[in-house]
Design a protein around this ligand. Structure first.
Ligand code: CU
Length: 104
């Protein structure tokens, strides 16, 4: 649940070796690391994979250092209601990478 009028920082944490494409309906957001230092407003952002690290305990199972993508969401001009955000890769979306945000 989000209060209308607020501005939120969201952290998209990818602790896998599979990339994602975060997408939200009804609004746009600004990515922390924007293109060439210029803030870009978008409704979808690429969420890169983590980094593989050697696992000294068991070399067969490498560790993953998560990659964090920070976005700023401006709820000042978003209508009250419920809408979805999800991974834009249909394979992921169809298997559960979808949730709702309620703006009150
Ligand atoms: Cu995905």
């Amino acid at each position: 649940m989000v209060k209308r009028g607020s501005i939120e920082e969201w952290y998209l944490i990818n602790a896998t070796m599979e990339s994602h494409a975060f997408h939200i309906h009804q609004m746009t957001f600004v990515q922390e690391r924007s293109w060439a230092g210029i803030p870009v407003t978008t409704d979808t952002v690429f969420v890169p994979v983590g980094t593989l690290l050697a696992n000294k305990r068991d070399p067969n199972y490498p560790l993953v250092k998560p990659r964090i993508t920070k976005i700023l969401l401006d709820f000042r001009n978003v209508p009250r209601g419920t809408f979805v955000f999800h991974c834009h890769m249909l394979f992921h979306e169809d298997r559960g990478m979808m949730a709702i945000v309620r703006v009150v």
